[in-house]
Write a protein that binds this ligand. Structure first.
Ligand code: ATP
Length: 474
């Protein structure tokens, strides 16, 4: 059986992970809403990131900066002048393309691996399209307009007047909030180098070609670390964080088979970067960037020092000298990596034959238990009060610790399947033996069925909380 985007999108919509945005009004292109299960999943992803990058990490602290910032920030960062995509239109069918992506997709189709669009100027992009007869995927013709630069930042107005003096941008990345707070954080935490600052939050980009479900959207969340270190130690820290990020993905169930760490060639590197690695994941639509890890040198802080006129140097007491730290930046999209976890988890398994001899297929989301929306489901064998009473009591007790589902409708087999489909790692069944009846004495035990192996164990009800807590740890 094959993992396709259609199946994953359908499951997400049908079970309440992700719905199309504003659907009752006909939608808003490429906007998505996280439903009851999706919000749990994405929160768990962000929590797993925060736990490893902030809570357990001796070097890093957290930050939650504003989305709207002084517009000068985006002049200093380079976003006002250079955060442009090369836009090109097909003259025949009017389809709009990003010139670099057009070439990339065309090369992939032609099996060409010798072309590196990231190292090409706009003129080179145009020349390549012309000289190689790159065709429009919409109509197959090869007749395009010139490239226009299109700035990806969303603009809005602050205050009541709409003149240009009140113009502000929705941040296109969370990183700059960290850079501008660097001196305040260093001063208040009294951290010595090396140390890092982590932030999770919304970013906005007016993408020309959004799509592939929640892979590329205009409003998305980022999880970014800016790690400040002494110049000269940066490449060591770069490998440290590259490995750290790799381990985080592996530990949460992303296998190396679906992962590729692509180190940028020297000519592909941004002019300020000494080293960059793109973590790419094998999505059903092909390899796509998940995580960018970059050595950004002292570029960002230097820019802000120049534009703000404030001293952003760090005083190194041991060396008795002031300098601008170097920065390692691992930048991850929360929505993108959530999609990767959905894709990785999706599985269909033949578990037998039905009466007509057709394969009986079990759809199961094999999420790491720390990511699963519900950690367990309480399933009383019958709706009778003798069982529903203790079952609800158990639910209430477990719900103090983690998310618990409760389901008393339909056959137990169907209920297991429903939980498999949303990735619940443990199902807890209460039966008449649990509470006892005229013929059987109560044993106070419940049956716990594990999602992946479908193995069952019977344990005392009082041990359930610890049993599950131990197995969902990350
Ligand atoms: P791309 O080449 O795919 O546009 P990028 O190189 O511009 O991505 P960065 O600016 O490095 O991306 O952003 C860091 C991370 O933020 C990306 O690796 C990705 O996970 C996430 N991200 C960026 N743009 C989007 C988007 N439009 N939708 C969802 N996630 C995004």
């Amino acid at each position: 059986t094959e993992k396709t985007m259609e199946k994953i999108v359908a499951l997400c919509k049908g079970r309440g992970f992700v719905y199309p945005g504003s659907e009752i009004y006909g939608g808003l292109a490429n906007s998505w809403d996280y439903g009851p299960l999706g919000v749990e999943l994405k929160n768990n992803v962000k929590r797993a990131w925060w736990k490893k990058f902030v809570q357990e990490n001796p070097y890093n602290v957290g930050l939650d900066a504003a989305i709207l910032m002084n517009p000068e920030v985006w002049v200093a960062s380079g976003h006002v002048s250079t955060f442009n995509d090369p836009l090109i239109d097909c003259k025949a069918c009017k389809m709009r393309h990003r010139a670099d992506k057009l070439i990339e997709d065309w090369c992939a189709e032609q099996g060409r691996t010798d072309v590196n669009v990231e190292a090409m100027t706009n003129d080179e992009l145009v020349a390549f399209i012309r000289d190689n007869g790159v065709t429009c995927p919409g109509c197959g013709k090869s007749d395009f307009t010139d490239i226009r630069k299109f700035n990806l930042m969303f603009k809005t107005h602050q205050g009541v007047t709409e003149d240009s003096s009140t113009e502000v941008y929705l941040r296109p990345e969370t990183a700059q909030g960290i850079f501008v707070n660097f001196p305040a954080i260093q001063r208040t935490t009294r951290k010595k180098l090396p140390f890092g600052v982590c932030q999770v939050g919304k970013s906005f980009r007016n993408e020309i070609t959004p799509g592939n479900f929640i892979f590329r959207i205009r409003e998305f969340e980022q999880m970014e670390l800016e790690f400040f270190c002494q110049p000269g130690t940066d490449l060591e820290w770069f490998s440290y964080w590259r490995e750290f990020c790799h381990k985080w993905l592996n530990d949460l169930g992303i296998s190396d088979e679906d992962l590729r760490l692509r180190d940028h060639e020297p000519e592909e590197l941004a002019f300020y970067s000494k080293a960059t690695t793109d973590f790419e994941f094998m999505f059903p639509f092909g390899w796509g960037e998940l995580w960018g890890v970059a050595d950004r040198t002292d570029y960002d802080l230097k820019q802000h020092q120049e534009h703000s006129g404030k001293d952003l140097t760090y005083f190194d007491q041991e060396k008795n000298e002031h300098y601008i730290p170097y920065v390692i930046e691992p930048s991850l999209g929360a929505d993108r990596v959530t999609l990767a976890f959905l894709v990785e988890a999706y599985d269909e398994e033949v578990v037998g034959q039905d009466k007509k001899g057709n394969d009986d297929i079990r759809t199961v989301m094999r999420f790491h238990p720390a990511l699963a929306p519900f950690k367990c489901a309480v399933l009383p064998l019958s709706k009778k009060e003798v069982l529903s009473g203790p079952a609800q009591q158990l639910r209430d007790e477990l719900a103090k610790e983690f998310m618990v589902d409760y389901d008393d409708a339909g056959s137990i087999g169907k209920r297991y399947r429903r939980q498999d489909e949303i990735g619940t790692p443990f199902c807890i069944t209460l039966d008449f033996q649990t509470v006892g009846d005229e013929t059987t004495p109560a044993d106070g035990c419940v049956t716990i069925r594990e999602r992946d192996s479908m193995q069952q164990v019977r344990i005392p009800m009082s041990e359930v909380k610890d049993y599950i807590a131990q197995r969902i740890r990350f």
